[in-house]
Design a protein around this ligand. Structure first.
Ligand SMILES: [Zn+2]
Length: 301
């Protein structure tokens, strides 16, 4: 061993030859300290297997999604976060009319979602906060903030917001995001190990590029896709529950007008208001047909 170390460090020609033999090619010296594509490839194959083995179908839209979690796991996870959030917030008393209204709307939407409901334990609460925000956690645990009520403006507006949130839960977006993060971690580990032999600056650059691609090329487009999907599912539920679906584009216009002051997290990853209004126009005939089929009053475009 000692001999070999001395030998190789003294004679760069032989060292290069050894490198060539190891890599089985003529570019041995150049590959030393380069990106190890073989390792990356191994992890990419692993990620691809993970991806194709865990394909599920989103109810109502039929989109294929990456998801590994069972609804029971979603509910356990969602409930845990829900209790934590409610514990840290000022929850409005169930005796307040606003909570009663929100729960009534929630119940109607929940019944409308019955065909696609995997048996979630829906919960509807109101949080006292100036934020114009609302959320649904995996498993159907939803809340709307008092700051959003004036923008919702009426029952139909509240139904549009809650329908959107229920849409996120029904489409299992939280579980999908977690599975996507697992896949990003698998690929990220491959990139990190692949870059392991490079010098620190190069490693940092490679990880930076990977981070950018995985954020802007993967995570963010999905986040906008989720928003648009929740809009669609929400609109269909609103119409099934006999709330006026035509309120949806009006609500998002009000939301856009309000966004200037403090853009809440709820909106930051949402599609642009123009895209949103266009999408609602595309889906509106379907929603109106559902409404007219189910509800005592009739509406037109
Ligand atoms: Zn959303």
């Amino acid at each position: 061993m000692v001999y070999r170390r001395q030998y190789s460090s003294r004679t760069p020609v032989r060292r290069s030859a050894r490198g060539m033999a190891q890599l089985g090619g003529g570019r041995g010296m150049r590959r030393r300290g380069g990106f190890r594509w073989q390792i990356m490839l191994l992890f990419a194959v692993g990620a691809a297997i993970y991806y194709f083995m865990n394909q599920e179908t989103v109810p109502l839209t039929g989109r294929k999604q990456l998801r590994t979690m069972e609804p029971a796991q979603e509910m356990a996870l969602g409930l845990q976060s829900y209790e934590q959030i409610l514990g840290d917030s000022k929850v409005v008393s169930p005796n307040e009319p606003v909570v009663q209204a929100v729960r009534q709307i929630g119940e109607r939407l929940k019944r409308a979602a019955a065909p696609e409901d995997p048996g979630f334990e829906w919960a509807f609460n109101v949080i006292d906060s100036e934020q114009a925000n609302a959320f649904a956690l995996p498993g159907g645990y939803t809340a709307i903030y008092t700051g959003l009520i004036p923008i919702a403006a009426n029952e139909d507006g509240i139904a549009v917001i809650m329908g959107h949130e229920i849409g996120h839960a029904l489409a299992h977006h939280g579980a999908e995001r977690m599975a996507q993060q697992n896949m990003q971690r698998i690929v990220g580990a491959g990139v990190s190990l692949g870059a392991g032999g490079m010098d620190m600056g190069a490693q940092r650059a490679v990880m930076g590029v990977f981070g950018g691609i995985s954020q802007y090329g993967y995570a963010l487009p999905f986040s906008r896709k989720h928003e648009s999907e929740a809009d669609y599912i929400g609109l269909i539920l609103v119409a099934r529950a006999c709330y006026d679906p035509r309120e949806a584009p009006l609500l998002w216009e009000r939301m856009g007008a309000n966004a200037g002051a403090t853009p809440p997290e709820f909106q930051s990853t949402h599609p642009s208001p123009d895209t949103r209004v266009n999408d609602f126009q595309t889906w509106m005939p379907e929603a109106i047909a559902i409404y007219n089929q189910n509800c005592p009053t009739k509406i037109t475009l």
